[in-house]
Design a protein around this ligand. Structure first.
Ligand code: NAP
Length: 296
């Protein structure tokens, strides 16, 4: 790890350690902001940059990463599965999911990891005090984020994992990640769950005409924890409706912060101060920092 650095004048310089985020598109990514805030708060001579990489160029990008001596990569849509196929090694979680959101070095090897599920678990534990052990959980959606959450909840000891998705075949494949505790279910079963996670983009600002959420918020109330992985807006209409009915709610900002913190820990060897990441994420969401900490 590099020592303290003055971030004025000639910085970044010849000794600055570089990490990056790759995606297509990538200009929307909050990762450089989160990483750079963390590095500054840790006094590190490190910088994070965004690289727009097409699918066809992924192999070259990884070769460049290796040749240029970058210290780490964050991987965003749509490259998570392709990168999983071309790294030298995968963590057990990345192997099971077939998706990588973080690459780090182990000697000469590039190791693919996935911190989405770990970030989700840290967010629900710290944000709303929810421990999945022995609890009934529903995940709505069966894409990359849903799969990471399903695996994390199953590994954390959830008693049952019920998956609801627009496309049933994808629901079955995602539920299988939870082994004997996973199954495909119906939205109406939400009433019997302790935790309901919406892992679809349906509440996202600017999402194309998405229709009503699969789970009616009217099924939720006191005793339920409702989580929407969307973080822009910080609270989706579905989450607001669940809150109005007395459910404990959490938006996606906590998962975003904790998955980024876990990536930085992989690269640097120690985790960043979470408060700094919360402040940066809240700034990005154009809200005062205390609004960010309140949601997870
Ligand atoms: P993805 O791989 O494209 O999967 C999207 C899932 O949502 C699919 O199961 C899809 O159903 C379903 N879906 C899409 N539009 C829908 C609609 N209008 N109504 C119902 N279901 C719909 O996407 P992803 O990477 O999993 O991301 C999902 C959401 O999580 C995004 O909003 C993303 O921003 C958010 N996310 C947040 C974090 C965080 O740190 N907070 C991390 C990752 C992702 P089908 O299978 O039927 O197509």
């Amino acid at each position: 790890m590099s020592g303290n650095v003055s971030r004025v004048g000639t910085w970044p310089g010849a000794t600055t350690t570089v990490v990056g985020v790759i995606g297509d598109p990538v200009a929307h990514s909050w990762s450089p902001l989160l990483h750079n805030t963390a590095f500054a708060s840790m006094g590190l001579d490190w910088v994070s940059l965004a690289f727009h990489v097409s699918r066809e160029s992924l192999g070259d990008a990884l070769a460049g990463f290796r040749a240029l001596g970058l210290a780490g990569l964050s991987v965003t849509m749509p490259h998570k599965t392709t990168v999983a196929a071309i790294v030298d090694e995968r963590s057990p979680v990345a192997e099971t999911l077939g998706a990588v959101n973080c690459v780090y070095r182990r000697g000469a090897s590039l190791v693919g990891d996935n911190t989405d599920g770990e970030g989700f678990l840290a967010a629900v534990r710290r944000g709303v005090g929810f421990d999945p052990l022995g609890r009934r959980c529903m995940v709505v959606g069966a894409g990359g984020a849903a799969r990471a959450v399903i695996l994390a909840l199953a590994q954390a000891g959830a008693a049952e994992l019920v998956v609801v998705n627009r496309t049933p075949e994808r629901a079955a494949s995602a539920a299988a990640l939870a082994g004997s505790t996973g199954r495909v279910g119906e939205p109406s079963e939400a009433a019997d769950m302790a935790l309901v996670v919406d892992a679809t983009p349906s509440g996202m600002a600017g999402a194309p005409g998405s229709g009503p959420p699969l789970v009616d918020a009217a099924l939720l109330g006191p005793g339920h924890v409702a989580v929407d992985l969307v973080y822009h807006p910080l609270a989706t209409p579905w989450l607001e409706a669940a809150r109005t009915r007395g459910a404990t709610v959490m938006g996606g900002l906590g998962m975003l912060v904790h998955q980024a913190a876990a990536q930085i820990e992989r690269w640097v060897g120690v985790g960043p101060p979470l408060e700094a990441l919360w402040s940066a994420a809240a700034r990005a969401a154009k809200l005062p920092p205390e609004s960010g900490t309140a949601s997870g």
